[in-house]
Design a protein around this ligand. Structure first.
Ligand code: XMP
Length: 515
Protein backbone atom coordinates (compact mmCIF):
# COMPACT_ATOMS: atom_id res chain seq x y z
CA UNK A 1 0.00 0.00 0.00
CA UNK A 2 1.31 3.44 -0.91
CA UNK A 3 1.23 5.09 2.42
CA UNK A 4 0.78 7.00 4.48
CA UNK A 5 0.39 7.52 8.12
CA UNK A 6 2.49 5.17 10.21
CA UNK A 7 0.95 3.79 13.36
CA UNK A 8 3.71 2.58 15.62
CA UNK A 9 2.28 -0.30 17.61
CA UNK A 10 3.31 -0.55 21.25
CA UNK A 11 1.00 -3.50 21.80
CA UNK A 12 -2.32 -1.89 22.68
CA UNK A 13 -5.34 -4.11 22.08
CA UNK A 14 -6.90 -1.21 20.21
CA UNK A 15 -4.18 -0.38 17.67
CA UNK A 16 -6.00 -1.79 14.66
CA UNK A 17 -9.03 0.33 15.51
CA UNK A 18 -6.94 3.43 14.77
CA UNK A 19 -6.49 2.24 11.17
CA UNK A 20 -10.20 1.50 10.99
CA UNK A 21 -11.22 4.95 12.21
CA UNK A 22 -8.71 6.65 9.90
CA UNK A 23 -10.14 4.80 6.92
CA UNK A 24 -13.65 5.80 7.92
CA UNK A 25 -12.35 9.37 7.85
CA UNK A 26 -10.79 8.81 4.41
CA UNK A 27 -7.11 8.22 5.28
CA UNK A 28 -4.76 5.30 4.64
CA UNK A 29 -2.49 4.21 7.43
CA UNK A 30 -0.21 1.34 8.17
CA UNK A 31 0.59 -0.41 11.45
CA UNK A 32 4.30 -0.98 11.97
CA UNK A 33 6.60 -2.06 14.79
CA UNK A 34 8.82 0.40 16.66
CA UNK A 35 11.98 -1.15 15.17
CA UNK A 36 10.51 -0.92 11.69
CA UNK A 37 9.51 2.70 12.24
CA UNK A 38 12.97 3.75 13.42
CA UNK A 39 14.62 1.89 10.55
CA UNK A 40 12.29 3.24 7.86
CA UNK A 41 12.67 6.82 9.05
CA UNK A 42 16.29 6.67 7.86
CA UNK A 43 15.19 6.48 4.23
CA UNK A 44 11.54 7.55 3.97
CA UNK A 45 9.09 9.99 5.37
CA UNK A 46 5.53 9.27 6.45
CA UNK A 47 2.73 11.82 6.25
CA UNK A 48 2.23 11.55 9.99
CA UNK A 49 3.10 9.27 12.88
CA UNK A 50 0.85 7.87 15.57
CA UNK A 51 2.40 6.41 18.69
CA UNK A 52 -0.12 3.89 19.98
CA UNK A 53 -1.03 2.85 23.50
CA UNK A 54 0.69 -0.09 25.10
CA UNK A 55 1.09 -1.96 28.35
CA UNK A 56 4.62 -0.67 29.13
CA UNK A 57 5.68 2.12 31.40
CA UNK A 58 7.94 4.98 30.25
CA UNK A 59 10.02 4.43 33.39
CA UNK A 60 11.40 1.19 31.95
CA UNK A 61 11.59 2.43 28.34
CA UNK A 62 15.12 3.36 27.24
CA UNK A 63 14.29 3.91 23.55
CA UNK A 64 15.67 7.03 21.88
CA UNK A 65 12.56 8.59 20.34
CA UNK A 66 14.35 11.62 18.88
CA UNK A 67 14.09 10.36 15.23
CA UNK A 68 10.30 10.68 15.49
CA UNK A 69 10.60 14.35 16.43
CA UNK A 70 13.62 15.34 14.32
CA UNK A 71 11.51 16.76 11.50
CA UNK A 72 9.62 19.68 13.02
CA UNK A 73 6.97 19.52 10.28
CA UNK A 74 6.12 15.84 10.82
CA UNK A 75 2.72 15.58 12.56
CA UNK A 76 2.75 13.24 15.56
CA UNK A 77 -0.19 11.94 17.58
CA UNK A 78 0.50 10.13 20.85
CA UNK A 79 -2.33 8.03 22.26
CA UNK A 80 -2.22 6.88 25.91
CA UNK A 81 1.30 5.40 26.24
CA UNK A 82 2.15 7.44 23.13
CA UNK A 83 1.18 10.65 24.95
CA UNK A 84 3.38 9.69 27.89
CA UNK A 85 6.28 9.22 25.45
CA UNK A 86 5.70 12.75 24.10
CA UNK A 87 5.28 14.14 27.59
CA UNK A 88 8.56 12.68 28.77
CA UNK A 89 10.47 13.43 25.56
CA UNK A 90 9.57 17.13 25.61
CA UNK A 91 10.57 17.52 29.26
CA UNK A 92 7.24 17.15 31.06
CA UNK A 93 6.76 14.87 34.02
CA UNK A 94 5.14 11.43 33.93
CA UNK A 95 4.06 9.95 37.25
CA UNK A 96 3.13 6.47 38.27
CA UNK A 97 -0.59 6.35 38.89
CA UNK A 98 -1.85 5.28 42.27
CA UNK A 99 -5.08 3.83 41.02
CA UNK A 100 -5.27 4.59 37.30
CA UNK A 101 -8.29 5.25 35.12
CA UNK A 102 -9.90 2.28 33.38
CA UNK A 103 -13.10 2.15 31.38
CA UNK A 104 -15.58 4.92 30.73
CA UNK A 105 -14.64 8.39 31.99
CA UNK A 106 -15.79 11.96 31.45
CA UNK A 107 -13.63 14.22 29.33
CA UNK A 108 -13.67 17.99 29.72
CA UNK A 109 -12.35 20.43 27.15
CA UNK A 110 -9.89 22.85 28.75
CA UNK A 111 -10.93 26.49 28.94
CA UNK A 112 -10.69 28.19 25.59
CA UNK A 113 -10.27 24.95 23.62
CA UNK A 114 -12.91 23.38 21.39
CA UNK A 115 -13.23 20.94 18.53
CA UNK A 116 -15.99 20.98 15.97
CA UNK A 117 -18.72 18.55 17.03
CA UNK A 118 -17.19 17.76 20.44
CA UNK A 119 -19.27 18.85 23.47
CA UNK A 120 -17.51 20.49 26.43
CA UNK A 121 -18.07 17.25 28.36
CA UNK A 122 -18.21 13.79 26.76
CA UNK A 123 -17.68 10.07 27.45
CA UNK A 124 -14.29 8.58 26.62
CA UNK A 125 -12.51 5.24 27.10
CA UNK A 126 -9.48 5.32 29.40
CA UNK A 127 -7.03 2.55 30.15
CA UNK A 128 -3.93 3.77 31.97
CA UNK A 129 -2.22 4.05 35.31
CA UNK A 130 0.79 6.33 34.60
CA UNK A 131 -0.09 9.87 33.57
CA UNK A 132 1.50 13.16 32.51
CA UNK A 133 1.46 15.24 35.70
CA UNK A 134 3.44 18.28 34.55
CA UNK A 135 3.03 19.61 31.03
CA UNK A 136 6.14 19.89 28.90
CA UNK A 137 7.19 23.46 28.05
CA UNK A 138 5.56 24.77 24.86
CA UNK A 139 2.56 22.44 25.30
CA UNK A 140 -0.89 23.54 26.36
CA UNK A 141 -3.57 21.57 28.12
CA UNK A 142 -6.54 20.79 25.87
CA UNK A 143 -8.41 18.08 27.82
CA UNK A 144 -8.84 17.11 31.45
CA UNK A 145 -10.43 14.02 32.92
CA UNK A 146 -13.17 14.24 35.55
CA UNK A 147 -10.49 13.39 38.14
CA UNK A 148 -8.58 16.52 37.15
CA UNK A 149 -5.83 14.56 35.35
CA UNK A 150 -4.22 15.70 32.11
CA UNK A 151 -6.16 14.00 29.29
CA UNK A 152 -4.87 15.86 26.23
CA UNK A 153 -1.98 18.17 25.28
CA UNK A 154 -1.07 20.10 22.16
CA UNK A 155 2.19 21.72 21.12
CA UNK A 156 1.92 25.51 20.83
CA UNK A 157 3.50 25.69 17.37
CA UNK A 158 4.35 22.19 16.08
CA UNK A 159 1.82 19.64 14.75
CA UNK A 160 2.01 17.43 17.84
CA UNK A 161 -0.95 16.21 19.85
CA UNK A 162 -1.20 13.86 22.84
CA UNK A 163 -4.35 12.11 24.08
CA UNK A 164 -4.50 10.10 27.27
CA UNK A 165 -7.84 8.50 26.31
CA UNK A 166 -8.51 6.20 23.34
CA UNK A 167 -10.34 8.08 20.57
CA UNK A 168 -10.26 4.94 18.38
CA UNK A 169 -12.45 2.90 20.74
CA UNK A 170 -16.16 2.75 20.00
CA UNK A 171 -17.04 3.80 23.59
CA UNK A 172 -15.37 7.18 23.05
CA UNK A 173 -18.50 8.73 21.69
CA UNK A 174 -16.82 11.62 19.84
CA UNK A 175 -13.54 9.85 19.08
CA UNK A 176 -13.93 10.41 15.35
CA UNK A 177 -14.21 14.17 15.82
CA UNK A 178 -10.99 14.16 17.84
CA UNK A 179 -9.11 12.06 15.26
CA UNK A 180 -10.47 14.23 12.50
CA UNK A 181 -9.17 17.28 14.39
CA UNK A 182 -5.67 15.73 14.34
CA UNK A 183 -5.79 14.74 10.66
CA UNK A 184 -7.44 17.89 9.31
CA UNK A 185 -6.46 20.72 11.61
CA UNK A 186 -3.20 19.64 13.20
CA UNK A 187 -1.63 17.55 10.42
CA UNK A 188 -3.62 19.24 7.61
CA UNK A 189 -3.57 16.11 5.44
CA UNK A 190 -5.66 15.58 2.31
CA UNK A 191 -7.82 12.43 2.28
CA UNK A 192 -6.56 9.46 0.25
CA UNK A 193 -8.83 6.47 1.00
CA UNK A 194 -12.12 5.38 -0.55
CA UNK A 195 -13.55 2.09 -1.79
CA UNK A 196 -12.52 3.15 -5.30
CA UNK A 197 -8.88 3.76 -4.31
CA UNK A 198 -8.99 0.53 -2.31
CA UNK A 199 -9.93 -1.45 -5.43
CA UNK A 200 -7.45 0.42 -7.61
CA UNK A 201 -4.52 -0.14 -5.26
CA UNK A 202 -5.40 -3.84 -4.84
CA UNK A 203 -5.56 -4.29 -8.63
CA UNK A 204 -2.23 -2.53 -8.95
CA UNK A 205 -0.74 -4.85 -6.35
CA UNK A 206 -1.79 -7.87 -8.42
CA UNK A 207 -0.06 -6.61 -11.61
CA UNK A 208 3.20 -8.12 -10.39
CA UNK A 209 1.97 -11.69 -11.02
CA UNK A 210 1.00 -11.10 -14.66
CA UNK A 211 2.35 -13.92 -16.79
CA UNK A 212 2.62 -16.35 -13.84
CA UNK A 213 0.34 -19.27 -12.99
CA UNK A 214 -1.51 -18.69 -9.72
CA UNK A 215 -3.08 -21.34 -7.54
CA UNK A 216 -5.94 -20.73 -5.14
CA UNK A 217 -7.14 -23.04 -2.37
CA UNK A 218 -10.72 -21.92 -2.87
CA UNK A 219 -13.24 -22.26 -0.07
CA UNK A 220 -16.14 -20.31 -1.56
CA UNK A 221 -16.12 -18.03 1.49
CA UNK A 222 -16.12 -14.26 1.12
CA UNK A 223 -12.35 -13.79 1.36
CA UNK A 224 -11.28 -16.41 -1.16
CA UNK A 225 -14.09 -15.44 -3.54
CA UNK A 226 -13.20 -11.74 -3.51
CA UNK A 227 -9.46 -12.45 -3.73
CA UNK A 228 -9.95 -14.83 -6.67
CA UNK A 229 -12.30 -12.46 -8.51
CA UNK A 230 -9.82 -9.62 -8.08
CA UNK A 231 -6.86 -11.66 -9.32
CA UNK A 232 -8.81 -13.09 -12.22
CA UNK A 233 -9.58 -9.55 -13.36
CA UNK A 234 -5.84 -9.07 -13.89
CA UNK A 235 -4.55 -12.48 -15.01
CA UNK A 236 -7.67 -14.20 -16.38
CA UNK A 237 -7.34 -17.95 -16.86
CA UNK A 238 -3.86 -18.10 -15.36
CA UNK A 239 -5.70 -18.40 -12.05
CA UNK A 240 -6.75 -21.94 -11.05
CA UNK A 241 -9.07 -22.47 -8.08
CA UNK A 242 -9.18 -25.87 -6.39
CA UNK A 243 -11.94 -26.62 -3.93
CA UNK A 244 -11.44 -29.59 -1.62
CA UNK A 245 -14.64 -31.37 -0.58
CA UNK A 246 -13.64 -32.86 2.77
CA UNK A 247 -17.04 -34.43 3.45
CA UNK A 248 -17.51 -31.98 6.33
CA UNK A 249 -19.51 -29.42 4.40
CA UNK A 250 -23.07 -28.24 4.73
CA UNK A 251 -25.56 -28.59 1.85
CA UNK A 252 -25.35 -24.80 1.29
CA UNK A 253 -21.55 -25.00 0.76
CA UNK A 254 -21.72 -27.52 -2.05
CA UNK A 255 -24.62 -25.61 -3.55
CA UNK A 256 -22.63 -22.35 -3.45
CA UNK A 257 -19.56 -23.86 -5.10
CA UNK A 258 -21.61 -25.36 -7.92
CA UNK A 259 -23.40 -22.07 -8.40
CA UNK A 260 -20.12 -20.13 -8.47
CA UNK A 261 -18.78 -22.61 -11.02
CA UNK A 262 -21.78 -21.82 -13.17
CA UNK A 263 -22.30 -18.11 -12.60
CA UNK A 264 -18.76 -16.72 -12.44
CA UNK A 265 -15.95 -17.03 -14.92
CA UNK A 266 -13.65 -18.46 -12.26
CA UNK A 267 -11.88 -21.65 -13.12
CA UNK A 268 -13.03 -23.81 -10.15
CA UNK A 269 -12.26 -27.50 -9.87
CA UNK A 270 -13.83 -29.63 -7.11
CA UNK A 271 -11.68 -32.35 -5.57
CA UNK A 272 -13.83 -34.98 -3.88
CA UNK A 273 -11.76 -36.24 -0.96
CA UNK A 274 -14.53 -36.96 1.55
CA UNK A 275 -13.68 -40.68 1.90
CA UNK A 276 -10.06 -39.88 2.62
CA UNK A 277 -10.90 -37.32 5.32
CA UNK A 278 -13.47 -39.54 7.04
CA UNK A 279 -11.01 -42.42 7.07
CA UNK A 280 -8.21 -40.27 8.45
CA UNK A 281 -10.53 -38.99 11.19
CA UNK A 282 -12.06 -42.28 12.24
CA UNK A 283 -10.08 -42.67 15.50
CA UNK A 284 -9.86 -39.01 16.53
CA UNK A 285 -11.97 -37.85 19.47
CA UNK A 286 -10.04 -34.87 20.79
CA UNK A 287 -10.77 -31.46 19.17
CA UNK A 288 -7.10 -30.63 18.58
CA UNK A 289 -6.40 -34.10 17.11
CA UNK A 290 -9.32 -33.63 14.73
CA UNK A 291 -8.15 -30.16 13.69
CA UNK A 292 -4.63 -31.43 13.07
CA UNK A 293 -5.81 -34.45 11.06
CA UNK A 294 -8.05 -32.25 8.92
CA UNK A 295 -5.22 -29.75 8.33
CA UNK A 296 -2.70 -32.48 7.45
CA UNK A 297 -5.08 -34.35 5.15
CA UNK A 298 -5.98 -31.12 3.39
CA UNK A 299 -2.34 -30.43 2.61
CA UNK A 300 -1.75 -33.99 1.37
CA UNK A 301 -4.81 -33.97 -0.89
CA UNK A 302 -4.13 -30.52 -2.24
CA UNK A 303 -0.46 -31.10 -2.92
CA UNK A 304 -1.10 -34.38 -4.72
CA UNK A 305 -3.80 -32.85 -6.90
CA UNK A 306 -1.67 -29.87 -7.82
CA UNK A 307 1.33 -32.02 -8.79
CA UNK A 308 -0.88 -34.22 -10.97
CA UNK A 309 -2.44 -31.15 -12.53
CA UNK A 310 0.94 -29.57 -13.24
CA UNK A 311 2.22 -32.78 -14.83
CA UNK A 312 -0.86 -33.31 -17.01
CA UNK A 313 -1.11 -29.65 -18.12
CA UNK A 314 2.62 -29.02 -18.48
CA UNK A 315 2.53 -25.95 -16.23
CA UNK A 316 4.21 -24.84 -13.02
CA UNK A 317 2.44 -22.75 -10.40
CA UNK A 318 4.42 -19.83 -9.05
CA UNK A 319 2.05 -18.21 -6.56
CA UNK A 320 -0.46 -19.31 -3.97
CA UNK A 321 -3.33 -16.86 -3.59
CA UNK A 322 -4.60 -16.39 -0.05
CA UNK A 323 -7.46 -14.29 1.29
CA UNK A 324 -5.46 -13.11 4.32
CA UNK A 325 -7.02 -10.03 5.93
CA UNK A 326 -5.43 -7.18 7.86
CA UNK A 327 -6.38 -8.44 11.35
CA UNK A 328 -4.34 -11.63 10.65
CA UNK A 329 -1.38 -9.56 9.47
CA UNK A 330 -1.50 -7.35 12.55
CA UNK A 331 -1.84 -10.40 14.77
CA UNK A 332 1.43 -11.76 13.43
CA UNK A 333 3.11 -8.33 13.87
CA UNK A 334 2.19 -7.61 17.44
CA UNK A 335 5.20 -7.65 19.77
CA UNK A 336 3.07 -9.40 22.38
CA UNK A 337 1.76 -12.14 20.17
CA UNK A 338 4.97 -12.94 18.36
CA UNK A 339 7.04 -15.74 19.78
CA UNK A 340 4.09 -17.71 21.06
CA UNK A 341 3.43 -15.70 24.21
CA UNK A 342 -0.31 -15.90 23.72
CA UNK A 343 -1.68 -19.36 24.32
CA UNK A 344 -3.07 -21.38 21.41
CA UNK A 345 -6.79 -21.79 21.92
CA UNK A 346 -7.37 -23.70 18.68
CA UNK A 347 -5.08 -24.61 15.81
CA UNK A 348 -6.74 -22.89 12.91
CA UNK A 349 -6.78 -24.80 9.71
CA UNK A 350 -6.51 -22.82 6.53
CA UNK A 351 -3.59 -23.44 4.22
CA UNK A 352 -0.82 -22.89 6.75
CA UNK A 353 2.45 -24.52 5.72
CA UNK A 354 1.45 -25.01 2.07
CA UNK A 355 3.51 -22.23 0.45
CA UNK A 356 6.81 -23.40 1.99
CA UNK A 357 6.15 -27.08 1.21
CA UNK A 358 5.23 -26.39 -2.38
CA UNK A 359 7.82 -23.65 -2.94
CA UNK A 360 5.16 -21.13 -3.84
CA UNK A 361 5.30 -17.39 -3.39
CA UNK A 362 2.39 -15.89 -1.48
CA UNK A 363 -0.10 -13.54 -3.09
CA UNK A 364 -2.27 -11.78 -0.50
CA UNK A 365 -4.07 -8.90 -2.21
CA UNK A 366 -6.51 -8.36 0.70
CA UNK A 367 -3.83 -8.13 3.37
CA UNK A 368 -4.54 -4.47 4.12
CA UNK A 369 -8.30 -4.83 4.32
CA UNK A 370 -10.86 -5.47 7.01
CA UNK A 371 -13.77 -7.84 6.45
CA UNK A 372 -16.35 -5.18 5.74
CA UNK A 373 -13.99 -3.58 3.23
CA UNK A 374 -13.54 -6.94 1.51
CA UNK A 375 -17.31 -7.18 1.27
CA UNK A 376 -17.51 -3.67 -0.18
CA UNK A 377 -14.82 -4.61 -2.70
CA UNK A 378 -16.74 -7.76 -3.62
CA UNK A 379 -19.79 -5.65 -4.45
CA UNK A 380 -17.62 -3.21 -6.41
CA UNK A 381 -16.29 -6.18 -8.40
CA UNK A 382 -19.86 -7.08 -9.32
CA UNK A 383 -20.34 -10.08 -7.01
CA UNK A 384 -23.87 -10.77 -5.76
CA UNK A 385 -24.88 -9.49 -2.33
CA UNK A 386 -25.76 -12.97 -1.03
CA UNK A 387 -22.32 -14.36 -1.97
CA UNK A 388 -20.46 -11.51 -0.37
CA UNK A 389 -22.51 -11.49 2.84
CA UNK A 390 -22.31 -15.24 3.54
CA UNK A 391 -21.59 -16.13 7.15
CA UNK A 392 -18.07 -17.31 7.96
CA UNK A 393 -17.54 -21.08 7.96
CA UNK A 394 -14.45 -22.67 9.56
CA UNK A 395 -11.95 -24.71 7.54
CA UNK A 396 -12.55 -27.91 9.59
CA UNK A 397 -16.29 -27.46 8.97
CA UNK A 398 -18.67 -29.96 10.54
CA UNK A 399 -15.59 -31.77 11.87
CA UNK A 400 -15.68 -29.36 14.83
CA UNK A 401 -19.47 -29.25 15.04
CA UNK A 402 -19.92 -32.92 15.83
CA UNK A 403 -18.43 -33.07 19.30
CA UNK A 404 -16.05 -35.99 19.79
CA UNK A 405 -15.82 -38.85 17.33
CA UNK A 406 -17.23 -38.35 13.85
CA UNK A 407 -19.42 -40.74 11.90
CA UNK A 408 -21.46 -40.45 8.72
CA UNK A 409 -24.61 -40.49 10.84
CA UNK A 410 -23.46 -37.67 13.09
CA UNK A 411 -22.37 -35.58 10.11
CA UNK A 412 -25.78 -36.12 8.53
CA UNK A 413 -27.53 -34.84 11.69
CA UNK A 414 -25.54 -31.60 11.60
CA UNK A 415 -26.01 -31.21 7.84
CA UNK A 416 -29.78 -31.63 8.07
CA UNK A 417 -30.26 -29.46 11.15
CA UNK A 418 -28.00 -26.75 9.73
CA UNK A 419 -30.01 -26.73 6.52
CA UNK A 420 -33.24 -26.23 8.51
CA UNK A 421 -31.70 -23.35 10.46
CA UNK A 422 -30.41 -21.81 7.23
CA UNK A 423 -33.77 -22.10 5.47
CA UNK A 424 -35.62 -20.57 8.42
CA UNK A 425 -33.13 -17.69 8.74
CA UNK A 426 -33.52 -16.94 5.05
CA UNK A 427 -37.30 -17.26 4.89
CA UNK A 428 -37.76 -15.10 8.01
CA UNK A 429 -35.33 -12.46 6.73
CA UNK A 430 -33.06 -13.01 9.72
CA UNK A 431 -29.91 -14.24 7.95
CA UNK A 432 -28.30 -10.80 7.93
CA UNK A 433 -29.26 -10.05 11.52
CA UNK A 434 -26.75 -12.55 12.84
CA UNK A 435 -23.02 -12.76 12.09
CA UNK A 436 -22.78 -16.53 12.17
CA UNK A 437 -25.37 -19.24 12.76
CA UNK A 438 -24.95 -23.01 12.91
CA UNK A 439 -25.89 -26.22 14.66
CA UNK A 440 -23.75 -28.52 16.82
CA UNK A 441 -24.37 -32.18 17.67
CA UNK A 442 -23.79 -32.90 21.36
CA UNK A 443 -22.36 -36.28 22.39
CA UNK A 444 -25.19 -37.04 24.80
CA UNK A 445 -28.46 -38.88 24.59
CA UNK A 446 -31.62 -37.81 26.34
CA UNK A 447 -35.04 -39.32 26.79
CA UNK A 448 -37.94 -37.92 24.79
CA UNK A 449 -41.34 -38.84 23.49
CA UNK A 450 -42.24 -39.09 19.83
CA UNK A 451 -45.61 -40.39 18.62
CA UNK A 452 -46.54 -41.57 22.13
CA UNK A 453 -43.42 -43.71 22.37
CA UNK A 454 -40.25 -43.31 24.37
CA UNK A 455 -37.13 -42.36 22.44
CA UNK A 456 -33.55 -42.05 23.59
CA UNK A 457 -31.87 -39.75 21.12
CA UNK A 458 -29.34 -37.00 20.60
CA UNK A 459 -29.29 -33.22 21.13
CA UNK A 460 -28.66 -30.37 18.71
CA UNK A 461 -27.43 -27.01 19.98
CA UNK A 462 -28.16 -23.82 18.04
CA UNK A 463 -25.36 -21.25 18.01
CA UNK A 464 -26.02 -17.76 16.69
CA UNK A 465 -23.69 -14.88 17.49
CA UNK A 466 -23.04 -11.26 16.69
CA UNK A 467 -19.44 -10.27 16.18
CA UNK A 468 -17.25 -7.95 14.12
CA UNK A 469 -14.21 -10.10 13.57
CA UNK A 470 -14.77 -13.33 15.50
CA UNK A 471 -12.44 -12.18 18.30
CA UNK A 472 -15.32 -11.47 20.66
CA UNK A 473 -18.97 -12.35 20.27
CA UNK A 474 -22.34 -11.91 21.91
CA UNK A 475 -25.40 -14.07 21.51
CA UNK A 476 -27.88 -13.01 18.84
CA UNK A 477 -31.30 -12.49 20.37
CA UNK A 478 -33.77 -14.01 17.95
CA UNK A 479 -37.56 -14.16 18.39
CA UNK A 480 -38.96 -17.12 20.36
CA UNK A 481 -41.35 -17.90 17.54
CA UNK A 482 -38.36 -18.39 15.25
CA UNK A 483 -36.48 -20.57 17.75
CA UNK A 484 -39.62 -22.64 18.35
CA UNK A 485 -40.04 -23.21 14.63
CA UNK A 486 -36.43 -24.34 14.17
CA UNK A 487 -36.61 -26.59 17.23
CA UNK A 488 -39.82 -28.19 16.10
CA UNK A 489 -38.54 -28.77 12.55
CA UNK A 490 -35.24 -30.24 13.76
CA UNK A 491 -36.98 -32.68 16.14
CA UNK A 492 -39.49 -33.69 13.48
CA UNK A 493 -37.24 -33.84 10.44
CA UNK A 494 -33.81 -34.92 11.64
CA UNK A 495 -33.83 -38.62 12.42
CA UNK A 496 -32.14 -39.39 15.76
CA UNK A 497 -32.58 -35.94 17.34
CA UNK A 498 -35.22 -35.26 20.01
CA UNK A 499 -33.99 -32.17 21.79
CA UNK A 500 -32.78 -28.71 20.76
CA UNK A 501 -30.99 -26.26 23.05
CA UNK A 502 -29.89 -22.67 22.48
CA UNK A 503 -26.33 -21.76 23.41
CA UNK A 504 -26.39 -18.41 25.23
CA UNK A 505 -22.66 -18.09 25.95
CA UNK A 506 -20.75 -15.03 24.82
CA UNK A 507 -17.10 -15.10 23.73
CA UNK A 508 -15.21 -14.90 26.04
CA UNK A 509 -15.58 -17.15 27.96
CA UNK A 510 -17.00 -19.48 25.29
CA UNK A 511 -15.46 -19.61 21.82
CA UNK A 512 -17.78 -19.37 18.82
CA UNK A 513 -17.22 -22.94 17.66
CA UNK A 514 -17.66 -25.62 20.35
CA UNK A 515 -14.38 -27.36 19.50
P1 XMP B 1 -13.66 -19.45 17.62
O1 XMP B 1 -14.29 -20.79 17.71
O2 XMP B 1 -12.15 -19.50 17.72
O3 XMP B 1 -13.95 -18.94 16.14
O4 XMP B 1 -14.25 -18.46 18.55
C1 XMP B 1 -13.77 -17.63 15.69
C2 XMP B 1 -14.13 -17.59 14.21
O5 XMP B 1 -13.18 -18.37 13.48
C3 XMP B 1 -13.82 -19.43 12.80
N1 XMP B 1 -12.92 -20.59 12.88
C4 XMP B 1 -12.10 -20.96 11.88
N2 XMP B 1 -11.93 -20.44 10.66
N3 XMP B 1 -10.32 -22.11 10.19
C5 XMP B 1 -11.05 -21.03 9.81
O6 XMP B 1 -10.90 -20.60 8.66
C6 XMP B 1 -10.44 -22.68 11.42
O7 XMP B 1 -9.77 -23.65 11.75
C7 XMP B 1 -11.39 -22.08 12.30
N4 XMP B 1 -11.78 -22.35 13.59
C8 XMP B 1 -12.73 -21.42 13.91
C9 XMP B 1 -15.15 -19.62 13.52
O8 XMP B 1 -16.13 -20.23 12.68
C10 XMP B 1 -15.49 -18.21 13.91
O9 XMP B 1 -16.03 -17.50 12.81
Amino acid sequence: MKSSIWIVDFGSQYTQLITRKFRELGYTSEIITLEDGLERLKSSKPKAIVLSGGPQSVFEDKTDYSPFFADKNLPVLGICYGMQILGQFFGGKVEKGVQGEYGLAKLHCAKGFSINGLPAESDVWMSHSDHVSTLPKEFKLIFESENGLVAGIKHESLPILGLQFHPEVHHTVHGKEVLSFFLNEVAKLPTDWSSKTMLESSLEDVQKVKGAKVLCAFSGGVDSLVAATLVQKVIGDDLYCFFVDNGLLRPQDIHTIKMLQEKTSLNIEIIDASELFLNALKDDKDPEDKRKTIGRTFIEVFEKKVHEFEASHGIKFEYLLQGTLYPDVIESLSPHKKGGKSSTIKSHHNVGGLPERMHLKLLEPLRFLFKDEVRAMGLELGLEHAWVFRHPFPGPGIGVRVLGQLSRESIRKVQESDQILYEELKSNNLYDSTWQAFTVLLPVKTVGVKGDGRVYEEVIALRMVNSQDGMTASVTELPWSFLNKVSSRVCNEVKGVTRVVYDITSKPPGTIEWE
